[in-house]
Design a protein around this ligand. Sequence first.
Ligand code: KIV
Length: 262
Amino acid sequence: MKITPNRIRALKNHARIPALTAYDHATAKLVDAAGIPLILVGDSLGMTVLGFSSTLPVSMEHMLHHTAAVARGVENALVVADMPFLTYQVNDDEAVRNAGRFLQEAGADAVKLEGGAERAGLIARLVQNGIPVMGHIGLTPQSVKELGYKVQGRGPAGAKMLADAKALADAGVFAIVLEACPATLARDITASVSVPTIGIGAGKECDGQILVLHDMLGMFSEFTPKFVKVYAQLGEEMKKAFAAYAEEVREGEFPGPEHSYD
Ligand code: KIV
């Protein structure tokens, strides 16, 4: 059954929500088949699949292309498309148009954008226009030049993060990603807002968790943050398979008769 933003919202205080990123059709199908209710086509694809050093170069065209591939593979999960850098910050009219393209052209069910109280007006307008929104506060990678990749919300900054979460919930988001913040702050935010919090590096007391697929599958070796748990070393398995194939081709062992036509 197709998961809606309201269904995700209703899971608060009832069931923990597992979420993952996905960027292509084949992988999205597997994630969906595993029963993950929320798939984020994250702009992390800039690093994991496009080879950029940050999310900043990711464009609308990149995101539409990958979101459409994911949406074509998913039957049940809610597909959330990440709005890339400078597609919602310049002005609200442009932001509404860009967000709408994800639903209209790429088949997404919702969008995600980074930022706190300063985005409340835009979020309310998107929601009023039928575009469900997921918030994202704490470490916001599109602000890397200002914040770095550092834990956020320590000390007095925690109060601002809590106020931001409340402003996002009041504006109408159906969930909020909390990235890289102290677990105690994430716990307090989770207890204070009416919508689910989805943590990444925010401890176990969020309503849900999200991981970047390439990180949890051991396929992105450049940098593994402390909060990542690697559930399978697929990168190593892939290298072994590629080497075995190369060896068999060089030795004339592949293809055998069972892979050839009479
Ligand atoms: O782009 C992304 O993958 C994200 C997650 C880290 C939440 O924003």
